[in-house]
Design a protein around this ligand. Structure first.
Ligand SMILES: Cc1ncc(COP(=O)(O)O)c(C=O)c1O
Length: 459
């Protein structure tokens, strides 16, 4: 019998949550249900998703940043279609791959910062970071890595050692010995650590994803200088910030900094299949792959796979030809401006910050007495409940998908597809305005959402 995807969908549609709960992650299934993040999505295109009732959702989350070119981009779909017709000699392994070679060439010739002339392909952001750490060790022969508080680089054991988010490390602290944390933006601490001469690499997200923290203007240029002075490699983790997310091709460009190694992933394949990449200089390559018998000393089976490379090639075309980097800068500035107008209206909003379409809305304790009471009450139960109480009506009443950023913080983060237009941005602002207006009434519907969530969590 022929495989029939449509029949499969028709017979199983609507079972997503029960399958997640039964076979994959029951706790996640509970969270989605409690928060009302459980519509049955049946279609996705551009910056939008549709559920089985025909509701149109605005996606301000873009699959944690993979759908920069928007969902179901016709150009990427067409590339996949054409590829499938080829019966291509994929993953020969003891052989060569045309598409991965061309993607590497384009990344280096058209996209990479100067000096980065070699590519290692892998399948995820964590794999890219893990590999970059290994390469830095091979080059410097040093054992220590520096990372920043709140920095996030993945959840494999290797990347956990340099993860600045305590909540992820908690159970593993004893076996995470290679990393030392410094405060993001603290050049004095950075120099104190680097000057010991034992640091292989300083790894940093130019804009920290968990919370959207932007460094002081001198931090990255100083980090560049200090790493050079003390023989440490500077790794820019652009897994999230790369390919236009912050309104520049790479976020490093905001500060004119060229790293020694750059890690990429997420949006590079248009969201269709996993991909990761390390861009690095030949002098580092030569220390890792240092002889014929070490030609596979770092490797992963799906590295250089055709489909990821073809998707990558189509995605790079879209990013360039549709002006997505410019759109990110333009729409990001527009959203930040309109959000700052809301900040003047609502005392909950402490700060709006962002670069391009990577934006944080941070809330803080309000001044007025009644609202302060509500704020304290809700934070007494759970640190994330306030933001969730904002996100729940946002999705349920306005069909807008967004996320809390980081653990135990009052930050909502927006990372929509880079294709959003002014209509989408206005839709978000109007909905957000209405939700915040409701939150300014205590007692009121938003606070009831909070207490309903609290009861569900306690249950
Ligand atoms: C900056 C950064 N580095 C690394 C990673 C890990 O990527 P992955 O989830 O693909 O392993 C992420 C994921 O969010 C990230 O934001």
């Amino acid at each position: 019998m022929l495989f029939n995807l449509k029949e499969l969908i028709d017979s199983r549609q609507g079972q997503q949550l029960s399958l997640l709960s039964e076979y994959i992650n029951p706790q996640m299934a509970k969270v989605l249900k409690i928060l009302g993040f459980d519509p049955v999505y049946v279609r996705g295109r551009g910056a939008h998703l549709w559920d089985d009732r025909g509701n149109d959702y605005l996606d301000m989350l873009s699959g944690f940043g993979v759908f920069s070119v928007g969902r179901s981009h016709p150009r990427v779909k067409e590339a996949i279609r054409q590829y499938l017709e080829l019966d291509s000699p994929n993953l020969v392994k003891m052989g060569t791959q045309l598409f991965a070679g061309i993607l590497a060439e384009r990344l280096i010739d058209e996209f990479a910062p100067p000096g980065l002339d070699t590519v290692f392909f892998c399948n995820s952001g964590a794999e890219a970071v893990d590999g970059a750490l290994k390469f830095a060790h091979a080059f410097t022969r040093r054992r220590k890595f520096l990372y920043c508080d709140h920095g996030f680089h993945g959840l494999t054991l290797g990347t956990l050692a340099i993860n600045g988010c305590r909540e992820f490390r908690a159970d593993y602290e004893e076996i995470l010995t290679a990393g030392t944390e410094i405060p993001f933006g603290d050049t004095a601490r950075l120099e104190a650590e680097l000057s010991r001469g034992d640091v292989a690499a300083f790894i940093v997200e130019p804009v920290i994803g968990h919370g959207v923290f932007i460094p002081p203007d001198d931090f990255l240029p100083r980090a560049r200088e200090l790493c050079t002075r003390y023989g440490t490699l500077l790794i820019a983790d652009e897994v999230q910030t790369g390919f236009g997310r912050t309104g520049k091709l790479f976020a490093c460009e905001h500060w004119g900094v060229v790293p020694d190694i750059m890690t990429l992933s997420k949006s590079l394949s248009g969201g269709y299949c996993p991909i990761g990449a390390i861009l690095y200089p030949r002098k580092v390559y030569d220390k890792v792959f240092s002889s014929l018998d070490r030609c596979m000393v770092h490797s992963t089976t799906f590295s250089q796979n055709d489909l990821a490379a073809v998707c990558g090639l189509a995605t790079l075309d879209v990013i360039r030809e549709e002006g997505l980097i410019e759109n990110s800068a333009r729409m990001g500035a527009y959203l930040v401006e309109r959000l700052r107008d809301l900040a003047a209206k609502y005392e909950f909003i402490r700060e709006v910050r962002g670069r391009g379409l990577m934006i944080a809305i941070e809330f803080g304790q309000p001044k007025s007495l009644t609202l302060k009471t509500g704020w304290k009450m809700i934070h007494g139960i759970n640190q994330e409940l306030f933001c969730q109480s904002i996100l729940v009506p946002l999705i349920m009443d306005h069909h807008i998908l967004a996320q809390v950023s980081g653990h135990g913080r009052d930050i909502i983060k927006l990372i929509p597809p880079l294709v959003i237009d002014q209509h989408d941005a206005d839709r978000f602002i109007e909905a957000f305005d209405q939700v915040l207006a409701a939150a300014h009434r205590f007692p009121g519907p938003i606070w009831e959402v909070g207490s309903r969530l609290a009861k569900a969590v306690l249950r």
